[in-house]
Design a protein around this ligand. Sequence first.
Ligand code: NAG
Ligand code: NAG
Ligand code: NAG
Ligand code: NAG
Ligand code: NAG
Ligand code: NAG
Ligand code: NAG
Ligand code: NAG
Ligand code: NAG
Ligand code: NAG
Length: 482
Amino acid sequence: MLALPRLIPLAALCVATLCAAQSTNPSPAELAAYGAAWETSQHASADPAWYETPENFSDTLKPGVLLKVEYATNLTNYTVPGSLSMSRIIYTTLDVHGSVLPTSAYILWPYHALPENDTLGYDVVLWAHGTSGLFAPCAPSNYRSLQYHFMVPYLLATQGMVVVAPDYAGLGVGSFPNGTRIYHPWATSPAQANDMAYAIQAARSAFPQYLAPGGPFVAMGHSEGGRNAWGFAERQVISPVDGYRGTVLLAPAASPIDIIEDAIKNPDAPWSIPGQSLQTLTIPSVTAVYPSYNWAGFTNVSADIFFNAYDRFQGCIPTLNIVYGTTPPSQLAQRGWSNASEVRAWQNLTRVGNKRFAGPILLLAGNNNGSDGIIPYDGPLSSSVLSTADQLCDLMEQREWDESLQVVGFKDVDHFPLIQASQSMWLDWIKQRLNGVSSSPPSGCSIGSMRAFRDGRDSFQAIPPNFLVEWVNATDQWQYSL
Ligand SMILES: *[C@@H]1O[C@H](CO)[C@@H](O)[C@H](O)[C@H]1NC(C)=O
Ligand SMILES: *[C@@H]1O[C@H](CO)[C@@H](O)[C@H](O)[C@H]1NC(C)=O
Ligand SMILES: *[C@@H]1O[C@H](CO)[C@@H](O)[C@H](O)[C@H]1NC(C)=O
Ligand SMILES: *[C@@H]1O[C@H](CO)[C@@H](O)[C@H](O)[C@H]1NC(C)=O
Ligand SMILES: *[C@@H]1O[C@H](CO)[C@@H](O)[C@H](O)[C@H]1NC(C)=O
Ligand SMILES: *[C@@H]1O[C@H](CO)[C@@H](O)[C@H](O)[C@H]1NC(C)=O
Ligand SMILES: *[C@@H]1O[C@H](CO)[C@@H](O)[C@H](O)[C@H]1NC(C)=O
Ligand SMILES: *[C@@H]1O[C@H](CO)[C@@H](O)[C@H](O)[C@H]1NC(C)=O
Ligand SMILES: *[C@@H]1O[C@H](CO)[C@@H](O)[C@H](O)[C@H]1NC(C)=O
Ligand SMILES: *[C@@H]1O[C@H](CO)[C@@H](O)[C@H](O)[C@H]1NC(C)=O
């Protein structure tokens, strides 16, 4: 997910144990300690050892090389539905400058995959998760519910598809053997597109009996992951991974800097505060890509919270929501920070939607009165889904690219509810691509919309997922039997 700071008023937080013990407002460090402890309770393993860079890593290896394979993950501490199985791998990838890094991924296996053709390998969905955080403990592969649980990976695997899901560099494996930290370059789509491409390659070499070199796969992502999957579809033009059948983009953020700048200019828009909160992720990401930038856009207030609370306790997105929860958006970053040359270079490097892609692409987005709670959908904004799509459609026509882009806006639907509202559409689409049905989408561009059967405003909408899956330990398993 993208960041959702300020969703939780601090007063609401005070029903929790933290405030019972505090007569005054908790400090950012207290909030971060509290948030990070809760996040740890959501981890399958409290022991970070599995994610240590294997001894046989070297920065002279090629990308896509396997370093470690966990053949069958012990799922006792996960909420993965019975009958599925899981593996984890550590493999090499490339950062945006071409340096080799170690990183991790999970593979969720169906009980019974339905291969299109035994000689081609089982059907795969290459899943790009949305924002989970900036630090090593934020790897979806160590979340009890793999971050997106029944919304995406559990659903795909129970429908017979293999889910290959990179954690992204810097999440999971957090340092080199010499102790040097690996910073996660949040939303740096060419970097995460590499993590995606090499995850498939490494998964195929780890499990050649199930995943043939050219086996069919579809790429898919939500939110930050939608952006990353878009970057992957663009990477396919230059450096194709065999077996590719198309990409599903759910609520993709084409340019976070554009969203931030539009959010600052439109302070009354409902998506303005969540949009401005992206500054707390973007400034660290620019620094991860260009270390000389050195978090320059932070104000003293936001830098203090970042270093002395968020980074110190290695919090993830839930913690980000609370540590910055009371900081006025105007104090998150210095005025005009996005004009710095490193920031403009990062924006240019990471922008998606402005170049040739390998399709077909199915792009689905929420349009809850013009935006989805964080990503603008229409209107005269450079950051909106429709203005990006319009420009791309013009390019496709001018340059006569024989590709297919289908955009569908879901009326009255928000950022996470979109995943459910559009499920039957993307699930059918993925199965059709994997089955290689003859009726592939027509080339060219189409922009359409869906409205709810009932009045959409009667359907339940909330920016956060509201799809928590409970986990209980062995002693408390009686609670599962309702
Ligand atoms: C499951 O979690 C418990 C408690 O944190 C831990 O002792 C145990 O080692 C974990 N099991 C696995 C397989 O990770
Ligand atoms: C690293 O070691 C693992 C486990 O021994 C092995 O599977 C993998 O192939 C090795 N990779 C390299 C590059 O040596
Ligand atoms: C999984 O780990 C638990 C401890 O967390 C252990 O009791 C159980 O035997 C393990 N299962 C397998 C199949 O190894
Ligand atoms: C399976 O793949 C092989 C090799 O590409 C091909 O000859 C055969 O016709 C395919 N079978 C089906 C049922 O598609
Ligand atoms: C640590 O290892 C990484 C990767 O090999 C290398 O890029 C970095 O320069 C090393 N750092 C130090 C301080 O040696
Ligand atoms: C921010 O902190 C720096 C270094 O501590 C200090 O020099 C500067 O005056 C501070 N700026 C503001 C606006 O408080
Ligand atoms: C960036 O610089 C341009 C030209 O100097 C200016 O018009 C614009 O307002 C600046 N943007 C921000 C966000 O300060
Ligand atoms: C933007 O990126 C393109 C490559 O994607 C590069 O050719 C161009 O020089 C870059 N422009 C700036 C201003 O950095
Ligand atoms: C839709 O958004 C506009 C502009 O932000 C606002 O004036 C209007 O009240 C909103 N309508 C609803 C139904 O939320
Ligand atoms: C399971 O959790 C309960 C609290 O929910 C705790 O009292 C109990 O000790 C735990 N049992 C094990 C085996 O960890």
